[in-house]
Design a protein around this ligand. Structure first.
Ligand SMILES: Nc1nc2c(ncn2[C@@H]2O[C@H](COP(=O)(O)OP(=O)(O)OP(=O)(O)O)[C@@H](O)[C@H]2O)c(=O)[nH]1
Length: 395
């Protein structure tokens, strides 16, 4: 595990990815919500190999069918029709794998078990075909098809380790059961050599797949962590300025298209420099975190966004919110901060207060202009004595 992922400093907000990295995943399982996300990631990663696997299965099964009919002349065998049907079924499964790999919407939800089931099906068919040859008098006998499928469980299709292991074990058990039924005691004893070879393949496949999936999980956590860091503020866990700017641009475009009001609120802690100077920077950081926990609850709708856009400056984007509703919400925030009474020994009140500047999107105003208006209103709130909200007026 990379050391920077393992670290979870007290002063930074821990992400689910860091938490999982600290907890570890030796059993190749994440916490349920993260596991769902990982499965989606895994299926996306395996899409190409699934496609190749599906095409390979159609070509290999089709190629064998051609070879068996044209070159081996299996028509004389009593099991010729069954073999043809089984080969056709293998080709059909290849087609289904191909289709599954293109069905992006449903893929991650059920592909793990569906692909596992298909692997078992093709594996058991391969066992049965091996046994046809084993009991025949043909000079050339095709063998070890089941072994090939055991290996395929661990690679190519993006099936998770435990599920792949279970599939491989079912194929192996199926092979043993079919062989016991179809072969004479002598033939069965000889067949056990193939079984031991399958066991070996299963062990090699398991070890390789375990190591591979472990590093895939590690990579997943790293990527997610990096993605999170690019969009969030490490101290408070709120969206950062960068993702806020992007959200603001999107919200302005959407509000204009839907003819809905959009309010931007900029909020600044009052006399925070004095707080830092009196209690120290680490206490200042803690206050920023506590304040963020309170503040982010005011982003209630799906398109609302709470962000930390500067040192002690926060922004709240309120979609489908007009001036009256924005004013009311600003009052609620100010009151909530007063009620929470964060001690601020260096302030006149003795507890923390904040100031809010608001602007409502007008006409063809740009996101930058909207931000500027909210910033001007915040400046006025500070000028008018702090602990208040001011709405920017046109003109
Ligand atoms: N602890 C801590 N302080 C920060 C952080 N970012 C900025 N600050 C401090 O926030 C303070 C902001 O000070 P000012 O801009 O003068 O604002 P203020 O003291 O709140 O005054 P008013 O806004 O006018 O009420 C500065 O002392 C910064 O060092 C941070 O991440 N952690």
């Amino acid at each position: 595990m990379p050391s920077d992922l393992r670290r979870s400093p007290d002063d930074l907000r821990e992400t689910p990815y860091q938490r999982q990295a600290v907890l570890g995943f030796r059993l190749l399982l994440f916490k349920p919500a993260l596991e769902v996300e990982f499965r989606r990631y895994l299926t996306q990663q395996a899409r190409l190999t699934q496609r190749l696997g599906g095409v390979a299965l159609v070509l290999v099964a089709g190629g064998y069918l051609f070879f068996e009919h044209i070159l081996l002349g299996i028509e004389e065998q009593p099991w010729s029709l069954e073999l043809t049907l089984l080969r056709a079924l293998q080709m059909l499964v290849g087609g289904v794998v191909l289709l599954v790999s293109f069905d992006q919407r449903r893929q991650s939800a059920f592909s793990n078990w569906l692909l596992g089931f298909l692997l078992i099906l093709v594996g058991v068919i391969a066992s049965q075909i091996d046994l046809f040859y084993e009991t025949s008098e043909l000079p050339l006998k095709l063998r070890y098809g089941a072994g090939l499928l055991i290996v395929c469980c661990f690679f190519y299709l993006g099936v998770t380790f435990w599920w792949a292991l279970l599939c491989a074990m079912v194929i192996l058990a199926g092979d043993v059961v079919l062989a016991k039924r179809a072969l004479s005691p002598d033939q069965y004893s000889a067949h056990l050599i193939a079984v031991s070879y399958y066991l070996l393949l299963m062990a090699i496949g398991s070890i390789s797949r375990y190591a591979h999936e472990y590093s895939q999980r590690e990579q997943f956590l790293m990527r997610k962590q990096l993605g999170w860091m690019a969009e969030h503020d490490g101290l408070t866990g709120l969206s950062n300025r960068r993702s806020f700017d992007a959200a603001l641009r999107r919200a302005v475009a959407q509000a204009r298209r839907e003819h809905l009001p959009l309010t931007l609120m900029l909020l600044d802690l009052d006399e925070f420099k004095a707080y830092n100077d009196t209690l120290g920077h680490p206490e200042g950081d803690r206050l920023l975190q506590d304040f963020s926990d309170l503040f982010e609850r005011f982003a209630r709708r799906p398109l609302d966004l709470a962000a930390r856009v500067g040192g002690e400056e926060f922004a709240l984007l309120l979609y489908d919110c007009d001036a009256a509703a924005g004013r009311q919400l600003a009052e609620d925030i100010l009151q909530r901060v007063r009620d929470r009474a964060f001690p601020h020994p260096a302030s006149r009140r003795g507890t923390l207060t904040c100031s809010i500047g608001m602007a409502v999107l007008r006409g063809s105003e740009t996101p930058e202009r909207l931000y500027k208006h909210a910033d001007d209103a915040l400046y006025m709130a500070k000028q008018q004595g702090r602990d208040r909200g001011v709405l920017h007026h046109a003109g």
